[in-house]
Design a protein around this ligand. Structure first.
Ligand SMILES: Cc1cc2nc3c(=O)[nH]c(=O)nc-3n(C[C@H](O)[C@H](O)[C@H](O)COP(=O)(O)O)c2cc1C
Length: 325
């Protein structure tokens, strides 16, 4: 399949693995890229620019194909050294960066000067248009369904994607709720030129996380996510668990008085406990509604092959069949 996204990134299939804290490490990024998609290393998980350089080198040993690095700009307890991360990315010759969290404008000149393609992930048409204006090459449009940070507008992809298609000139991929060939065909029909998946790639064999995490996703239905940190305007969609229910009870009790300190023990430092130790009830961790469509733990190759096969079948048989006669 050829789209402006496969052309832009030099990949075989229009399927991207979005940055994921404690998940987007070399084994997963390389597995996605080897399967013909675009894998992504999540810079901040590495903790220091030096360790990111090592992870990029490790990924290079695992795949000859293009992969990306994600740079997430979110409220953090201590601001990460973004400039140094960017220097490492440029020096390592990585050709694609996924930015997320807020406007990457101040870092764009350095990335563009180095010939790096930038795809900015955002949750609204106005932010997508801003990304286009400041010179991003593509955007990843994250609908309300998505795991992680869906923003504060609550617009699902059925509306958000055609709205993006109406306004954008640069290519965009659909993110949030994508799981299979049906998702890919729907995204293409709505104007996107590919898909970005988080939660679906988390439940793959190569995702370097504890098996409990993968089993929790397989066991979850589309009803099992919750939105936290809404009163702080830092909304995150996470998998429901007892710690998350407690957090939500605190949010309800505190109302408009809620501060980050009230819930910090349930959201900070949780990822190593969940992803490495397998304590899936340790606190809040991102998960999309798409968990309801995830029933197995395939390899990335099996998953991507299956998506492409199903998409082709839908386009050439089911959809073409409606027109025949
Ligand atoms: C466990 C997990 C961790 C994530 N961490 C990040 C992150 O650090 N930076 C980022 O930009 N997006 C992050 N995301 C969002 C994904 O890149 C992607 O946009 C989102 O998962 C898409 O929705 P889906 O889960 O329905 O596929 C994360 C998602 C998950 C599930």
């Amino acid at each position: 399949m050829r789209t402006r996204i496969t052309e832009l990134f030099g990949i075989e299939h229009p399927i991207v693995q979005g940055g994921m804290h404690y998940v987007g490490l070399a084994p997963l990024a390389a597995a996605v890229s080897n399967a013909g998609g675009l894998g992504t290393i999540t810079a901040l998980t590495l903790g220091t620019p030096e360790k990111l350089a090592q992870e990029i080198a490790r990924c290079r040993e695992l795949t000859p194909r293009p992969f990306a690095v994600n740079l997430t700009f979110l409220p953090a307890l201590a601001t990460p050294p973004y400039r140094e991360y960017i220097e490492v990315i440029i020096a390592s010759g990585v050709g694609i960066v996924e930015t997320a969290g807020r406007n990457p404008e101040e870092y764009l000149p350095a990335l563009k000067e180095a010939g790096i393609k930038v795809i900015h992930k955002c949750t609204s048409v106005r932010h997508a248009l801003k990304a286009e204006r400041i010179g991003c090459d593509a955007v990843s449009v994250d609908g309300f369904e998505c795991g992680g940070h869906p923003g504060e507008d609550d617009i699902p992809n059925m509306i958000l994607l055609p709205r993006a298609a109406d306004e954008l000139s640069i290519p965009f991929i659909a993110s949030g709720g994508m799981a299979d060939g049906r998702s890919l065909v729907a995204a293409l029909a709505l104007g996107a030129e590919g898909i970005n998946m988080g939660t679906r790639f988390l439940a793959t064999r190569e995702a370097p996380v504890h098996d409990n995490v993968k089993q929790a996703i397989v066991a979850a239905s589309e009803l099992d996510t919750r939105l936290i940190m809404r009163p702080l305007r830092n909304t995150e969609r996470v998998l429901a668990n007892p710690a998350v229910e407690k957090l939500l009870a605190i949010e309800r009790a505190k109302g408009a008085e809620l501060s980050f300190a009230d819930i910090v023990d349930k959201v900070a430092g949780i990822y190593p406990k969940v992803m490495v130790e397998g304590d899936v009830n340790a606190g809040a961790w991102s998960c999309g509604m798409v968990a309801g469509l995830i029933h197995d733990i395939p390899t990335c190759q099996e998953l991507i092959d299956r998506i492409m096969r199903q998409a082709e079948e839908i386009i050439t048989r089911r959809l073409a069949g409606f027109l025949a006669g």
